[in-house]
Design a binder for this molecule. Structure first.
Ligand SMILES: O=C(CO)COP(=O)(O)O
Length: 236
């Protein structure tokens, strides 16, 4: 069964997030969909959502702390208020736009692992690395596993090539298979693909060998499209 996840990034308000999640919950109930579905709203939109057990609300980022003096960050004290037990770690926007190092990512991973959070851990290579070929790409991706316990039981991986994120350029099936097959061989964890997944390509992508689901940005922010994405993958 495909795992389908929506990363809101810096989109939606508290009000529209409540609406989105209520509609999604109704849809999953009505259609009796039992895919594992994840939504990662903005930190300011976290709330006490009443959801089905198959609908998990996670946080896009948090600091490895309970509380303290870390201006602009949130910790588990804030997550516990809303019973959030799922976190996205290592997203390329945090690595490349916000400058998070592998060391910081590892610290975060270990902290949330020790608290038994479900971790969706992202890896992905920029275009200049992809252009050097598959060997260099894999080498680059392996570096993103340094310090990460890939046997952690509550781990989901997501391969998101940076050049395919938010660009409308989806990796080809061959690109996806080349990376997924090698990672799946080494690591026995669900592996999602992310990067310009859309309503009309999600089924094909999620049907590929070694692809266990999708982590979606842009195409998931509209509730009707996200419902359609789930509908298109419910029988996989
Ligand atoms: O980064 C992504 C999900 O985390 C993918 O974003 P897009 O679906 O907008 O390419």
């Amino acid at each position: 069964m495909a795992i389908i996840a929506s990363n809101f990034k810096t989109n939606h308000t508290r009000e529209t997030t409540v609406e989105f999640i209520a509609k999604l919950n109704d849809f999953l109930t009505e259609k009796k969909i039992d895919n594992e579905v994840y939504v990662f709203p903005t930190a300011t939109s976290l709330n006490s959502f009443e959801t089905l057990s198959t609908l998990n609300i996670g946080v896009q980022n948090a600091y490895p702390t309970k509380n303290g003096s870390f201006t602009g960050e949130i910790g588990t004290e804030q997550l516990d208020e809303f019973n959030i037990k799922t976190i996205l770690i290592g997203h390329s926007e945090r690595r490349h736009v916000l400058g998070e190092s592998q060391e910081e990512i590892t610290k975060k991973f270990n902290f949330y692992k020790d608290l038994n959070y479900k971790i969706v851990y992202c890896i992905g290579e920029p275009l200049e690395v992809k252009e050097q070929g598959i060997e260099q790409t894999l080498e680059y991706l392996y570096e993103q596993f340094v310090g990460i316990d890939v046997n952690y039981e509550n781990l989901i991986l997501a391969y998101e090539p940076v050049w395919a994120i938010g660009t409308g350029v989806t990796a080809t099936n061959d690109d996806i298979k080349a990376v997924h097959s090698v990672i799946k061989e080494k690591i026995d964890k669900p592996l999602l693909y992310g990067g310009s997944v859309k309503v009309n390509n999600v089924k094909e992508i999620c049907s590929l060998d070694g692809v266990d689901g999708a982590l979606i940005g842009t195409a998931s922010w509209n509730i009707d499209d996200f419902k359609q994405i789930i509908e298109n993958t419910k029988d996989l």
